[in-house]
Write a protein that binds this ligand. Sequence first.
Ligand SMILES: Nc1ncnc2c1ncn2[C@@H]1O[C@H](COP(=O)(O)OP(=O)(O)OP(=O)(O)O)[C@@H](O)[C@H]1O
Ligand SMILES: [Mg+2]
Length: 287
Amino acid sequence: MTMKPWIGKEGIYMSDLLLQIEDLSVGLKDNKDSNPLVNKLSFKVKRNQILGLVGESGAGKTLTMMAIANLLSQDLFWTSGTVDYIGTNNERLHLSELRMKKRRRETCRIMGIVLQDAMGSFNPYRKIGSQFVSTLRFRRKLTKQDAISETLEWIKRVGIHDAKSIMNTYPQQLSGGMRQRLAIALVMSYKPELILVDEPTTALDTINQMNVIHLMKDLATQTGTAMLYITHDLGVVAQLCDEVMVLRHGKKIEIGQVDTVYRKPQHPYTRSLLDQAQQILKPPTIK
Ligand SMILES: Nc1ncnc2c1ncn2[C@@H]1O[C@H](COP(=O)(O)OP(=O)(O)OP(=O)(O)O)[C@@H](O)[C@H]1O
Ligand SMILES: [Mg+2]
C-alpha cells in the first residue's frame, strides 16, 4: 500500500490540498504608506471542501478572492505573497510566479467565479444558450451537439424546468434568482476544481437564498468541487461550509472547522460576531 504524503503539522494529506496561500497582501498603489488592505494572509483550501470567508464590510474578503483569481487591476493594486496550486499528482504550480498570460490561463483552468450580481457572469447581448454552449465548447472542448445537451442538463439541474426556452432567452429577461441559478450552473458546468463565490445571495429573497445555498451545497458534493465562499452571514456558513476563516482589517483572526469555531471561538472578535448573529436571530420581545 502506498502512503499518501503528509503536509506540515496540520495533518492534511498532500493530495487533499488544492490551494496554498502564503503571506498574501494587497494594497493600493497610490497609498503605499498605509496598512495593506489584505495583510499577510495564509491559508489552505482543500479538495472537496467548502471554506467560508467571513468578516464585516471592508474586511478584505473580496480583495482576497480577486487576488487569488488574479483579477485585481494592476494599475490600482499591488500584491505580494504566493498562491500555489497543488495538482492531483501532488505537483505544485506557483501561480503567483507565472507570467501574466500563463497565470490567467492556468487560473482560468483551475477556478471559476460566481459574483454577487449574476448579471456580471453573462453578456446581455447574447442568449443564455449560446453563452453556455460557447463556454462548454471552449472550456471542455465539447462538440456543439454535446454542449447543447449538457446545457439543457445543467439548466434542469439547477431546478429550471423549461430549459429549452431559457436557452433562447437573454439574461436580463430573467428574474434575479433564476439568473443566479444559471450563473452557478454555468460555472459548475465547466467543472473547475475550485469555485470562488462572493455573496451570491444578497440580492435574493429569503426563499431564493436558501434554495441557492442548498443547490450549491448539493452540486459541490456531487461534483467534488471545492469552494471558497464569501459571506457576512454566519447562518449561511453554518448551513454550507466545512471550515470558516474570520477576517478583520485584512488579517486572519481565526480559521477552523465550523462546528469548532462556532462552539468554542478562540478570538473575542469571532465571539462578538457570533453574538451579534444570535441577537439578529432572536425573536423580538413582545411588550
Ligand atoms: N478599488 C478600490 N479602491 C480603493 N479602495 C478599495 C478598492 N476596493 C476595495 N477597497 C478597500 O479595501 C478594503 C477591503 O475591501 P473589500 O471589497 O475586500 O471588502 P469586503 O470584505 O469584501 O467588504 P463587503 O462585505 O462590503 O463586500 C475596504 O476598505 C475597501 O474600501
Ligand atoms: Mg465584498
